[in-house]
Design a protein around this ligand. Structure first.
Ligand code: TRP
Length: 453
């Protein structure tokens, strides 16, 4: 093998390290920023229920499938398909993942930049004395002043690149292990404050009481897209991470634990946010600014809110960071293994080009309003096309690959660590990846674009 980068790939050091890194990828802005606003726009309870169904029926198996492909091949997302199915066009799925990484990280880094501004505002006590309307105005004013957002975005991308540069074990794993547990504790504290606000019940009802009259094809596609986005599935991030998992570790339990933790954090974020949305008269369908308007209201209402807000936004930025590194790692691993670039050069080339697109996304929200197509600005287009097109389509192809292209005996050998682990549910898994998941994803697609239903 000519490329020396393929023999020294690095890997995660421990079971907890894998779970922390994969959970670090999954848990991020998708849970705390995206889930509440998408749930808010799609009716609340019924959306949550459908989202949960997507996670249990499809998401967990897809996460496992990505781990299997990566660990089997010991390659980046593109190289994995090439190695397992040589001489076929399946590598295009991996290539699509690399493209999706650009799309996702460009708007993700915009929002991550917002969290950094809010870290700054927390330190500067910038929320003090503001009414709910004042806090809304504060966010909108910040968005209109995109250069500030651009600067934070660039700072964030430098941090992301720095951690990816440090490598798998000393960068990604180390930080994820330390920071993910703190995030959980902090969200729990916020939940307690939120559910003791006057009028909290309305928020909890909105989140947990399904109103099925609000369900249509679009809501189902949103719920599916949110499940994919939040679990980090459908574009090869977890194929890449799977390739760093030791052959001794249990892939199934890792996938189950990570999916569970991810879902828990999203629901807790909902519990922290919706009571406040109703208590402070904020519109649940507010959109991407929901979290940034709602949470400062809560902080102003808590003893020690000044410190909590600093702590919370720092952790939110960190959660965004552990997710971003998993997206950037897809591109970097691809460059390193397929083109022979050094890790350093690969990281900088990827980070700089993604940041360039990302800056356009940020500008499209304020200073450069002509960056839009048919009423959707570039930011919305990137969000829409990743969650609702690229990830479901990628996921569809990944399950087809696992279910129909790889030999079941190979899949079984990989999941069972060559027969060492018992797999009582293997048949169920095969049925899901062969039939349930591809059919469900295809139906949701056709239904939502109006072909059926
Ligand atoms: N899952 C992360 C979040 O919820 C975002 C993310 C990281 C992601 N890696 C991904 C989304 C890969 C899709 C694909 O914030």
């Amino acid at each position: 093998m000519a490329n020396p980068n393929l023999s020294d790939r690095g890997g995660f050091g421990s079971k907890f390290g894998i779970i922390a890194a994969a959970a670090g990828s999954a848990i991020g802005l998708g849970n705390i920023w995206r889930f509440p606003y998408v749930a808010g726009q799609n009716g609340g309870g019924a959306f949550l229920l459908i989202n949960l169904a997507c996670i249990v029926l499809i998401g967990i198996s897809l996460m496992l499938s990505e781990f299997v492909i990566g660990r089997r091949a010991q390659r980046n997302a593109y190289g994995s398909f090439k190695k397992i199915a040589p001489g076929t066009p399946w590598y295009l799925v991996g290539f699509m993942g690399v493209v999706a990484a650009f799309v996702i990280l460009s708007f993700y880094s915009t929002v991550a930049g917002w969290t950094m501004e809010y870290v700054y505002q927390s330190f500067a006590n910038g929320f003090a004395g503001k009414s709910p309307d004042g806090l809304k105005f504060m966010f909108e004013e910040f968005m209109g002043d995109s250069w500030r957002a651009v600067i934070w975005q660039v700072v964030f991308m430098i941090l992301t690149a720095g951690i990816v540069l440090a490598g798998v074990k000393k960068g990604i794993e180390k930080y994820a292990k330390l920071l993910m547990p703190i995030l959980l504790v902090l969200i729990l504290i916020l939940c307690i404050r939120a559910i003791t606000l006057p009028g909290a019940v309305d928020g909890l009802e909105f989140l947990f009481k399904p109103d099925f009259s609000k369900v249509n094809g679009r809501v189902i596609l949103e719920a599916l897209g949110q499940a994919f986005f939040s679990l980090s599935i459908g574009m090869g991030a977890l194929i890449t991470y799977g390739s760093y998992i030791s052959k001794k570790d249990n892939l199934t339990s890792s996938a189950v634990i990570v999916s569970f933790a991810d879902t828990l954090i999203a629901i807790l974020a909902g519990v922290a946010i919706f009571p406040a949305v109703f208590a402070f008269g904020i519109n649940p369908a507010e959109g991407p600014e929901l979290v940034f308007i709602t949470l400062p209201n809560i902080f102003l209402q808590m003893p020690g809110g000044y410190y909590f807000s600093i702590f919370f936004f720092v952790l939110l930025a960190v959660a965004a960071l552990t997710s971003s590194i998993s997206v950037l790692e897809v591109v970097v691993a691809y460059f390193v293994e397929e083109t022979g670039l050094s890790r350093k050069n690969a990281t900088w080339i990827a980070a700089v080009s993604i940041t360039a697109i990302g800056v356009l996304c940020t500008l499209s929200q304020g200073l450069v309003p002509w960056l839009n197509i048919g009423g959707m600005n570039l930011f919305d287009i990137m969000d829409f096309s990743s969650a609702k097109i690229l990830l479901p389509f990628g996921g569809f192809l990944i399950v087809l690959f696992i279910g129909w292209v790889m030999k079941p005996a190979d899949v079984r050998a990989e999941i069972s660590n060559d027969g060492k682990l018992k797999l009582p549910l293997f048949k169920v898994y095969l049925i899901i990846v062969r039939f349930v998941a591809p059919v469900a994803i295809a139906l949701v697609f056709l239904y939502s674009i109006g072909v059926i239903g």
